[in-house]
Design a protein around this ligand. Structure first.
Ligand SMILES: Nc1ncnc2c1ncn2[C@@H]1O[C@H](COP(=O)(O)OP(=O)(O)OP(=O)(O)O)[C@@H](O)[C@H]1O
Ligand SMILES: [Mg+2]
Length: 95
């Protein structure tokens, strides 16, 4: 769950990202997709709930901690780096 003041951006969301699979997260504008990802990247802290990675509860209190846990996000346009590879986008900031 994530609240921004009176706005409830996420309400009791639970989902798994199984290893070795591509998972598509879809929803209408304002559904909470970016908010969920920002929790996984340590940009936001959940109001309630937690993240489990490889069976261990992880503290994603900052973007640096999320990166150290191996979590990377490629933002949507226009924030991608168009002239480099997908892999280089994934590891931007670590090269
Ligand atoms: N920093 C913030 N402060 C207040 N409300 C916010 C904030 N960030 C997101 N919200 C609100 O939380 C809800 C979810 O927004 P979010 O951006 O996560 O949706 P989204 O699924 O990524 O939408 P889109 O498809 O438009 O990118 C919306 O009602 C949005 O207005
Ligand atoms: Mg979004």
């Amino acid at each position: 769950t994530k609240r921004f003041g009176a706005v409830r951006a996420l309400g009791g969301v639970t989902l798994d990202f199984p290893a070795g699979q591509v998972t598509a997260l879809m929803g209408e504008n304002g559904a909470g997709k970016s908010t969920l990802l920002k929790i996984l990247t340590g940009d936001h802290q959940p109001t309630e709930g937690h993240v489990v990675l490889d069976g261990e509860r992880v503290d994603l209190a900052s973007p640096a901690q999320a990166r150290a846990a191996g979590i990377r996000i490629i933002p949507q346009e226009p924030e991608i780096i168009p002239h480099v590879s997908v892999a280089e986008n994934v590891y931007a900031g670590s090269l």
